[in-house]
Ligand binder design. Structure first.
Ligand code: GLU
Length: 445
């Protein structure tokens, strides 16, 4: 059996780290076994779905490298859902209900006051044809519920192992709204069944949907796929949701995070594997195994993402960085990249170091003008390379007796305007003799 999985976001907002984790795990699951990965947009809710969100989802997935082999949209498939509705009605598994939201709310409150679970009481199932006709004459439109069979619902979950529900402990789900729109619970099963999805991997907030969907698959004549429910992500602020800002992929991209920093983190949190940087998705595939994911909530921590980002940049070879440095407007060569890449939080910060080397710097208020003056006379002649800093500082020690921080910090400040940064032995040749001399002189003139 060839593996076929899907990622099914609703285009009602931007992708955030929680749903990208689901996409990534599906992508890795498919690629690990030579299977296929489908992107399906769950856009039956025409009021909340927006084309601009759909476009953004596609763009963000491409940016992360999570490219799909097949693409579907639920809004193209209303005919198939209508046919499924007909089939379920004919077999007696779908029934018309006339309760208003207020009536259902009151019933639930009464159940709660008697200590009963909020399970739909199937009152509409007992309506006579005459009663239904009366409701219709009043202008009430029916919504439709699926009649669950009172039998155990069980599956072996890829993440949670054995899961069991009793059919009688779950409400008959509404599958078609009063305005005729099929709900996700039905549409998703029709799509997964029709296209032959073999594994449904999604967040654990869908466990109770799975319980009813297993029976819907069967009622429509499909063999249910295998299921895996990933534990949800948790941040320091609490559970992750679309409402918490800053965790959407757009914001992370704008903040300068590398796609592989995001992928590396999301593929490993909540697993028994260490969190470390992976240079590409192929490297991630090697250690991927869905059985490593645990049931406990996974901690998503932005500082861990930053750490991975810095490590990826510190190991990024020049050919990978070159086109992006050009895009930043820098005529940077390999020597520049090698000098600065260990000091970057984001790749865009390379421009800050470029400006330190080639632009104007703020001349620091160095009290020790005499020292800088003496050092300026000891600058070795060009050509300079990475040994020049050592030649210069040894001469300075001989002349002034200074060593360590007392020796180098005033020089770093004078030459870069900063008290931190890449190694001076790498920066000095990039600054060059003329500019170095000028910057030293600026400190005491
Ligand atoms: N559209 C659903 C969601 O975003 C899909 C759930 C599923 O994977 O079945 O939660």
């Amino acid at each position: 059996m060839s593996i076929f999985v899907r990622f099914a976001p609703s285009p009602t907002g931007y992708l955030h780290v929680g749903n990208v984790r689901t996409a990534l795990v599906n992508w890795l699951f498919a690629h690990k076994s030579g299977g296929r990965f489908l992107l399906r947009l769950d856009d039956t809710d025409t009021e909340r779905s927006r084309p601009e969100y759909a476009a953004a989802i596609e763009e963000d997935l491409r940016w992360l490298g999570l490219v799909w082999d097949d693409f579907r949209k639920q809004s193209d498939r209303f005919g198939a859902y209508e046919a499924a509705k007909g089939k379920l009605t004919a077999s007696g598994r779908l029934y018309a209900c006339y309760e208003t939201q207020e009536e259902l709310d009151i019933r639930r409150k009464m159940q709660a006051s008697r200590g009963l679970p909020p399970i739909y009481d199937r009152a509409s199932l007992k309506l006579t044809d005459a009663e239904k006709a009366k409701y219709a004459a009043e202008g009430r439109k029916a919504h439709y519920r699926f009649l669950l069979e009172d039998k155990p619902i069980e599956w072996h979950d890829l993440v949670r192992s054995e899961v069991k529900f009793k059919g009688s402990h779950v409400s008959d789900p509404v599958l078609v709204r009063a305005d005729g729109v099929p709900l996700y619970t039905l549409a998703s099963v029709v799509d997964d069944g029709d296209i032959g999805i073999t594994h449904v991997i999604r967040g654990e907030d869908h466990v109770s949907n799975t319980a009813v969907q297993v029976q819907i698959f069967e009622a429509l004549g499909f063999k249910p796929p295998a299921f895996g429910h990933l534990a949800l992500l948790k941040t320091k602020e609490g559970e992750l949701s679309k409402r918490v800002g800053g965790n959407d992929i757009r914001s992370l991209r704008e903040a300068g995070f590398e796609p592989m920093a995001i992928n590396s983190l999301l593929a490993k949190i909540g697993t028994s594997d260490p969190v470390e940087p992976f240079v590409d998705l192929d490297a991630l595939l090697v250690s991927f195994n869905i059985s490593r994911f645990g049931r406990a909530q996974a901690h998503y921590d932005m500082t861990e993402l930053m750490r991975l980002n810095e490590k990826l940049l510190a190991h990024m070879p020049y050919p990978a960085a070159a086109p992006r440095l050009t895009a930043l407007g820098l005529r940077a060569d390999e020597t520049f990249w090698k000098a600065v890449h260990g000091n970057l939080k984001t790749l865009a910060e390379a421009k800050d170091w470029w400006d330190v080397l080639h632009g104007e710097i703020n001349t620091p208020d160095i009290v020790d003008q005499e020292y800088i003056n003496a050092a300026s006379y000891l600058l070795p002649p060009e050509p300079w390379d990475e040994n020049s800093w050592g030649v210069w500082t040894r001469a300075i020690t001989l002349k002034t007796g200074r060593k360590g921080k007392e020796l180098f910090m005033p020089l770093r400040q004078a030459l870069t305007g900063l008290d931190h940064g890449p190694e001076m032995k790498a920066l000095l040749p990039l600054i060059g003799h003329n500019k170095a001399l000028q910057r030293l002189k600026d400190c005491f003139l």
